[in-house]
Design a protein around this ligand. Structure first.
Ligand code: FES
Length: 260
């Protein structure tokens, strides 16, 4: 949702028929949240700057063409916003369908089952079916599909002692990259490539987390909305039933350690 704007002059706008007063500079998404209206999102999170990459949070704004991302659109006086119109709902289902068409459907055995934002958002936008047949994807080795090697497939990186990185489950929302930069200030991760070929990379010759500048602070793991970055303890012990927030003396990030 980006950095909350709290100090600007008050702005009055209408969201889904509700009059909302929020500070100037606040995003439409955050203004909607202030009014109790949750807009689906994947690349936005409360502690990161808005990025506008997933396109799940699109809205309609009266008098404006297109469907802007609500996380990167600032409020304006007199703005009339619709967050649940048939048009934006259809766009969100289409976006979600594309994400799911390139995601392994192993939810029942996935360590993030029940604690996965991709799963939650698929439900939130009402996705019930995926029309696209299996084809080029990032999650199958071509041997599994009975063909040549899949150039898009990158195997899981198990090198870090505390977490795993599985590119096959990545939606390239960049939350891990931004958490590494904005929360930890380490700049260990980057997005490599363009378009469908883009992926998170440690940017080192070995391209693994162990040889990167990663300090294992866990900010990227906390930021990940899927099981792409997953704590090894969760994989081994199962989804935790409670969480404890503590701050260690090492980096001051305030890592959230989860335990059963
Ligand atoms: Fe706005 Fe991703 S949440 S574009």
């Amino acid at each position: 949702m980006g950095t909350p704007a709290r100090d600007g002059a008050p702005v009055v706008l209408t969201i889904d028929g509700f009059e909302v007063t929020v500070p100037e500079g606040m995003s439409v998404m955050r203004a909607a949240a202030e009014a109790g209206l949750d807009i689906p999102k994947l690349c936005a999170s409360d502690n990161l700057e808005a990025f506008g990459s997933c396109r799940l949070c699109v809205v309609e704004i009266e008098g404006r063409r297109g469907t802007p991302a609500s996380c990167t659109t600032p409020v304006a006086a007199g703005m009339v916003v619709r967050t649940q119109s048939p048009k934006v709902q259809k766009i969100r289902r289409g976006v979600m369908e594309l994400y799911i068409s390139d995601h392994p459907l192993d939810c029942l055995t996935c360590a993030a089952n029940g604690d996965c934002e991709l799963q939650d958002m698929a439900g939130a936008v009402g996705l019930r079916d995926v029309r696209y047949a299996p084809g080029d994807n990032h999650f199958e080795t071509r041997a599994e599909a009975g063909g040549e090697a899949n150039p898009l497939y990158v195997p899981k990186d198990d090198s870090n002692p505390y977490f795993t990185y599985d590119p096959a489950k990545c939606i390239v929302c960049s939350r891990c990259v931004r958490a590494c930069e904005e929360v930890q200030g380490t700049f260990a991760l980057t997005i490599q490539g363009r378009g469908f070929d883009s992926r998170v990379s440690a940017g080192t010759p070995a391209d693994d987390f162990l040889t990167s500048d990663c300090v294992s602070c866990g900010a990227c793991v906390q930021a990940c909305p899927t099981a792409t970055l997953q704590e090894k303890s969760v994989i081994e012990l199962g989804t935790p039933t409670r969480s404890v927030v503590t701050t260690c003396a090492y980096c001051g990030v305030g890592c959230s350690f989860k335990a059963e």
